[in-house]
Design a protein around this ligand. Structure first.
Ligand SMILES: [Zn+2]
Length: 154
């Protein structure tokens, strides 16, 4: 196993060019932005696909496992390809350490924080059948994206 690499998000991920290949084609067609889990598209395998070029990650993570979560948490408005248009406020660990196998069959470990940390927690939840709506902080933690865009943030 390689040593843990540390990644940090920088800049706007939405402007980045889309990857080529099968999952990339699906991404282009269906419009998911940063990540998707195999069960969301009917493939019952523990595989997630992450497109996060600012951290140098664009590809499949096979059998990803959260090895460590920081005690420090943060709250954010989350969205999901499985419930388009709906935002849900959730609490996630600020940092996670993930082990997984990459597309070449190599064992990898990454330490992720902030945006990438919450993305990985979100996608790995899908593998366990957990949707972000189940992690809503409280009854006020739901909003339609269209309404939030109109009324501004928080
Ligand atoms: Zn999702």
């Amino acid at each position: 196993m390689r040593g843990a690499q540390r990644y940090r998000a920088a800049g706007n991920q939405n402007d980045d060019p889309r990857p080529e290949g099968h999952a990339g084609g699906f991404q282009k067609k269906e419009g998911f932005r940063r990540g998707i889990a195999a069960p969301q598209i009917g493939i019952l395998k523990r595989i997630i696909y992450i497109h996060f070029p600012t951290a140098g990650i664009s590809g499949a993570l096979i059998n990803p496992r959260i090895e460590k979560r920081s005690k420090a948490k943060f709250k954010l408005w989350d969205d999901c390809f499985s419930f388009p248009g709906l935002l849900v406020k959730v609490e996630r660990a600020r940092e996670v350490t993930i082990s997984y196998t990459n597309e070449k069959g190599e064992n990898c470990v990454i330490a992720a924080e902030d945006d990438l940390s919450e993305l990985l927690q979100h996608e790995i939840d899908h593998l366990d059948g957990i949707l972000a709506v189940e992690r809503a902080i409280d009854g006020k933690s739901f909003a339609w994206r269209s309404e939030r865009d109109q009324h501004g943030k928080d």
